[in-house]
Design a protein around this ligand. Structure first.
Ligand SMILES: [Zn+2]
Length: 232
């Protein structure tokens, strides 16, 4: 008997849009806005399952949002972090009421204890969480011409974090006067994008033309990515 729980059934419950838009979970959400889903006898956060279906189980790490949008399941908006990252991230971005970590329930009722798959044990993985001063500096240095790649190295974050800052998708409250607007069409294919594209195609539910539309690249680029990675 075929399982009701397949990647295809999962992605059908995600409002899949363009690669730089948020893909919202359509069904149940928890009190923090994260999508909830039962998948093969396990309770998951929808975004965490989205990550797992593309990259494999993140294990003890949590899965965080570049876009600061809890129900978002767009693989390109997700990154693997630690519990500490996630808590600092959420708190700094004001997700928790009044920015107060003391609001969070303690012990067994704690968000991450109540949902063991999100818990992190162990140390931070080196993924630095930026302060507001650092974000200002990032914006200044970016305007001055430094690349997202160099800034990511300098601040110990993934390149996507810098790209989200400079494009105004995160840290919107930090003033930005004349930050360079990323050039349209200057899409770089990072590992996440490639993995997301391949996963969706492998599920058989989308055509290459549709993938090209969603990822805002040409069909020949889609074809090249799929073929380039098809030899193992
Ligand atoms: Zn998003």
């Amino acid at each position: 008997m075929p399982s009701r729980h397949t990647p295809t059934t999962f992605w059908a419950r995600v409002d899949q849009r363009g690669i730089d838009e948020c893909w919202l979970w359509r069904l149940a959400r928890d009190e923090y806005g994260y999508g909830r889903v039962r998948y093969h006898q396990r309770e998951w956060h929808a975004h965490r399952l989205a990550w797992a279906l593309v990259h494999g189980d993140p294990g003890t790490n949590c899965v965080c949002h570049h876009c600061d949008n809890p129900p978002c399941c767009n693989p390109a908006h997700l990154f693997r972090g630690t519990h500490t990252d996630n808590m600092q991230d959420s708190t700094r971005k004001g997700r928790h009421p009044r920015n107060a970590t003391s609001y969070l329930p303690e012990g067994a009722a704690h968000h991450f204890n109540a949902q063991p798959e999100t818990r992190l044990c162990g140390e931070r993985n080196g993924q630095h969480v930026l302060t507001e001063d650092e974000v200002r500096a990032v914006l200044q240095r970016y305007v001055a011409g430094e690349s997202a790649y160099r800034l990511a190295e300098a601040y110990g974050v993934v390149k996507g974090t810098i790209q989200f800052i400079v494009s105004g998708q995160t840290w919107q409250h930090v003033p930005r006067e004349d930050a360079r607007v990323p050039r349209a069409g200057a899409t770089r294919y990072d590992a996440t994008t490639i993995a997301a594209l391949r996963t969706m195609f492998a599920m058989g539910s989308v055509t290459q033309v549709e993938l090209a539309r969603r990822f805002r690249i040409s069909t020949s680029q889609v074809n090249r990515i799929l073929r380039g990675r098809s030899r193992r």
